[in-house]
Design a protein around this ligand. Structure first.
Ligand SMILES: [Zn+2]
Length: 217
């Protein structure tokens, strides 16, 4: 198993490679027991070296090392405190998703993996000032119930049991936005009915969902 710092470098690079953020935008973290490792402030996610990730004690808030953590530290810590089952938080500024949600378009299920990986619905939080208590509260409120939360006029927050799982959700959210935007441009998308959504969620389909999620561990 790769070290947590090594994994963070890998997924930090992937966030930029998959165009989920530009320049120094976005921030990611992972949890190991009582400690969280968060991207430092002022770095593009693909520039961060293993030693740069800022170690923080989740219980005391104590920070280690000389680098300043991302300004969204409060939001990251809030997610871990609200969800003992998650070990990774990925916050991105995905261009297509950001365009759609800021225009008031909601992402809705229209293919099976949407329901299986992203969930039956994706909440959109109204714009709040970044980097403070307001955004922490708004995100934590939703992250208690969902693995993907969209922030109007800002971006997305995706969580997972592993960095791979959180990253897959972040990437799939943006790919879904592309599909939905194309569908909306050329015609009218046939979204899943409630019955079709339940079909994916039901017991037989549960194996399908588990098999998909297993690939993400
Ligand atoms: Zn942001």
């Amino acid at each position: 198993m790769e070290s947590i710092r090594k994994q963070l470098c890998k997924y930090g690079k992937l966030v930029l490679q998959k165009n989920l953020a530009a320049g120094p935008g976005g921030n990611i973290s992972a949890r190991d027991g009582d400690f969280v490792y968060l991207s430092p402030s002022g770095f593009a996610l693909d520039e961060i070296k293993e030693s740069h990730w800022v170690k923080i004690n989740l219980k005391t808030g104590k920070q280690y090392g000389s680098l300043r953590p991302s300004c969204e530290i409060s939001m990251h810590l809030g997610c871990y405190l609200a969800r003992p089952d998650i070990n990774a938080v990925i916050h991105t500024h995905p261009p297509v998703t950001l365009g759609l949600i800021s225009a008031g378009v909601e992402l809705k299920p229209f293919y099976p993996d949407f329901v299986a990986i992203l969930g039956r619905e994706i909440p959109v939080v109204e714009y709040v000032i970044p980097a403070g208590e307001e955004i922490r509260q708004a995100v934590v409120e939703q992250i208690k119930k969902y693995n993907v939360v969209l922030l109007k006029n800002h971006g997305a927050v995706c969580v997972g049991a592993t960095l791979k799982e959180a990253f897959s959700r972040a990437w799939m959210t943006e790919e879904t936005s592309k599909m939905q935007a194309i569908g909306m441009m050329v015609g009218k998308i046939r979204y899943f009915t409630e019955e079709e959504i339940k079909g994916i969620e039901n017991l037989e389909a549960e194996d399908y969902r588990k098999a998909l999620l297993k690939k993400l561990k």
